[in-house]
Write a new protein. Sequence first.
Length: 134
Amino acid sequence: LRVFFINNNKLWFLPKTFIEKVPENNAGWVIPYPFAFWFRRRKNNKLSFHIEIGPFVNPDKRIDFMNHLISSGYEIKETSRSINSRYTKIYTTYCDISDFDDNNEVLGAITDMYSKAKDEINKYYEAVSGYNFS
């Protein structure tokens, strides 16, 4: 696991297995890769977990990747496949946190959310592994 950004409200990261499959893509995003995994503290004592496709240096390559995701079984809105689209969440889940000051509760929720997303993460890994990012 490589953490790219962390503060009181967000944690952006990628598993090393994904980093090994994708070249860096410094398109001015939070991380130097075309997608990210991240947790966010939300209002109303909610924690969210996302898998998000970000900008590509070459927007046409992003459209091609989005079409590849469709062929891999993802439902991608047409607006996310436009030349101007830069950010697309392909997975989101939420959970309640009663006390964000309780590190054990927060860490337990993060671990649980990530574990429950494992099938989705594996599906996405297969899609990423089957795409030529060059």
